[in-house]
Design a protein around this ligand. Structure first.
Ligand code: ADP
Ligand code: MG
Ligand code: MG
Length: 353
């Protein structure tokens, strides 16, 4: 059991007796601090927002509140896990040291998955991310704030990469030579993105932007319940969600794997993501958007490779590392995944027709 002054303060603000709750670190999220509060009257999730990454936590709270009101009015039966108000009716509170806290109901009987065991889980997750965007298809996007500006803006990420090349020291540039070559070999992916944006060819939608498997709650039978972790919900392209599911689910080895021989693409997971997402979004997406499903995977793998490589060239300032060349390895890993993905493109086309 953990109790510090901030946690005690937060519980009190939310009207919970600190003595009545057991507090334990919870989950394997990498961004926020998360605790589970267990008490006789129910359980909660308490989170401290990572305000190094999210500069304006109140924008997140506003976004979620607006989505909640819209969903309550349009689909009251939908399980939308939103923060609960404090005694003074605030959805986000600030402790004396300036950190931000929110309280969510703990969804009883739910669990998250950190590592995909079978393609049904990928299917269920894709259904939930698709459903989320579908239910919000008539939500007025102007009401949403950008909690991370340009998060998945591939054109900007490409520019940042070029800047990092220009400024990198000789040694890092030399070590990154092969990866840098991969960037230019696959430059078409960035060019296509630029075209899509400047011609306004695909619509902005309410997009989750963090479709990791552990951002979906499952029930005891393994059915998807809902999506969680709504910090990055912003206007965006569906390519972000579809593409990042493909990026993170297709290979049994994830982006941290340094043995690149372990990376390979599982066709059944590709189909699961396609079928799950299209079950919900098939009738919502425009023909142009649908035609970009395979592209979405390339876009997100390339974007992530660029971000790792850029960080390596910049001297590892953004992603936490535990050994010296980790960001370069991560980038090489993503380029290997991209290479195999490109190789499978015709097969993917055959599969989805
Ligand atoms: P992060 O941004 O750090 O990933 P998350 O909001 O995803 O934070 O929360 C971390 C983990 O806590 C989730 O992966 C999930 O296991 C658990 N969790 C979060 N909210 C809830 C909830 N309302 N009910 C049950 N579990 C939750
Ligand atoms: Mg999360
Ligand atoms: Mg998060």
């Amino acid at each position: 059991t953990i109790k510090n002054n901030n946690i005690t303060y937060a519980l009190t603000e939310f009207g919970l007796e600190p003595e009545g709750y057991e507090v334990k670190k919870f989950g394997s999220g990498l961004i926020n601090y998360t605790w589970k509060l267990t008490g006789s009257k129910g359980s909660y999730i308490l989170q401290q927002i990572n305000d190094t990454i999210f500069k304006r936590p109140e924008d997140i709270a506003d976004n979620i509140r607006k989505l909640q009101i819209f969903l309550q009015q349009t689909v009251p039966e939908y399980l939308f896990v939103a923060p609960v108000p404090s005694l003074s009716n605030k959805y986000l509170i600030q402790s004396e040291d300036g950190s931000f806290y929110r309280l969510l109901p703990f969804i009883q009987g739910s669990h998250t998955v950190d590592y995909l065991q079978h393609q049904e889980q990928a299917y269920e997750a894709a259904v939930q991310f698709g459903k989320f965007t579908r239910l919000l298809k008539d939500f007025d996007l102007k009401q949403l704030k950008y909690t991370l500006q340009d998060f998945h803006n591939l054109s900007l990420r490409f520019e940042e990469f070029k800047t990092s090349c220009a400024q990198a020291g000789h040694s890092r540039l030399e070590r990154a030579k092969k990866a840098v070559e991969e960037v230019f070999l696959n430059m078409d992916i960035a060019r296509i993105y630029g075209g899509l944006i400047s011609n306004g060819e695909i619509p902005l939608r309410v997009v989750h932007h963090d479709t990791k498997i552990n951002n979906v709650l499952f029930d005891g039978q393994g059915k998807g319940l809902c999506v969680i972790d709504l910090d990055t919900v912003m206007p965006g392209f569906y390519l972000s969600d579809a593409g990042d599911m493909l990026r993170t689910c297709l290979s049994p080895a994830n982006e941290e794997e340094s043995d690149l021989a372990k990376i390979h693409i599982r066709e059944d997971f590709f189909m699961a993501i396609y079928n799950g997402y299209m079950k919900e979004m098939g009738e919502v997406l425009t023909p142009k958007e649908k035609g970009l499903f395979i592209y979405s995977g390339k876009m997100m793998i390339y974007l992530q490779a660029l971000r790792f490589l850029t960080d390596f060239l910049n001297g590892d300032k953004y992603y936490h590392i535990t050994y010296p060349e980790q960001n370069l390895i991560r980038a090489s890993n993503q380029f290997e995944l991209l290479r195999q993905y490109n190789q499978q493109e015709d097969r993917f086309l055959q599969l989805i027709g």
